[in-house]
Design a protein around this ligand. Sequence first.
Ligand SMILES: NC(=O)c1ccc[n+]([C@@H]2O[C@H](COP(=O)([O-])OP(=O)(O)OC[C@H]3O[C@@H](n4cnc5c(N)ncnc54)[C@H](OP(=O)(O)O)[C@@H]3O)[C@@H](O)[C@H]2O)c1
Length: 252
Amino acid sequence: MNQPSIEHLFVITGTTRGIGQALAASALALANSFVVSLSRAAPFLRETHQNIRIDLNDTQRIGPAFKRIRIKRRHTSRLTHTVLINNAGVLDPIAPIGDCDDTLIARNIQVNLTAPLVLTRHFFHFSRPFPGCKWVVNITSGASRAPYYGWSAYGAAKAGLDMATQAMAMEFSRIDPTFAVCAVAPGTVDTAMQEKIRSCTANQFMRVDKFLKLKNSGELHPPERVAATLIRLLMDGRFKNGGRYDLREMGG
Ligand SMILES: NC(=O)c1ccc[n+]([C@@H]2O[C@H](COP(=O)([O-])OP(=O)(O)OC[C@H]3O[C@@H](n4cnc5c(N)ncnc54)[C@H](OP(=O)(O)O)[C@@H]3O)[C@@H](O)[C@H]2O)c1
């Protein structure tokens, strides 16, 4: 493999579709970038893109995944940005709590909250020797700040991720200020997650009408535009350690 010096190294979760797939494409479009996808798709290794197969329901596999990243130490001397984007997410279970499945509740908190924390811990040790700045971007949601009927697990996990972002920001500023972390809400984006929302009954999710209207009036944002905006804002230094951003308020 002919691997040039890397300036921008990205580790992105949930790249099989939607926002994660678009984020990987936007990151790959930067000059001298290398993208490590962590997804449930088949593994591959190309000149600037590696996919490591992982199911984020399994915490024990996260540490070993970082050890499988195939970049050579001599190619990291020009790094300016090393970035973890905790993008993978699940909405299920969508129902009032009494009707939720126990396993789906546990998986929701695992993928949306536990996995990003464990990923951040391993990213910290993996990237600490590298020059340049290191960023953790946690993909959050409007549901972290307002209760949605039928989304108790999802809202709780995303609210937890917002609080974890603030706590880790304090830690980074004291322990290693080359690290920073922020939370980014992407807005309402035209992905499979939105399809799932629209397929709900009003008994499962009371606000299904609102999301049907957003789709029918063409108000959902294309994932490619959302991803390009996020990567541009990150590269332009528009995010601050501990910040929480709504892309809709930032030209997304
Ligand atoms: N779309 C929106 O309007 C919207 C709004 C606010 C926030 N968000 C957030 O944006 C992020 C991306 O959402 P999206 O709309 O792009 O959703 P999506 O189209 O449903 O994609 C979710 C991604 O997460 C991956 N994933 C789920 N469970 C996983 C697991 N156990 N292990 C590994 N990967 C897993 C999926 O992989 P598989 O293909 O293997 O299932 C997929 O690549 C999520 O954090 C979501 O909460 C989205």
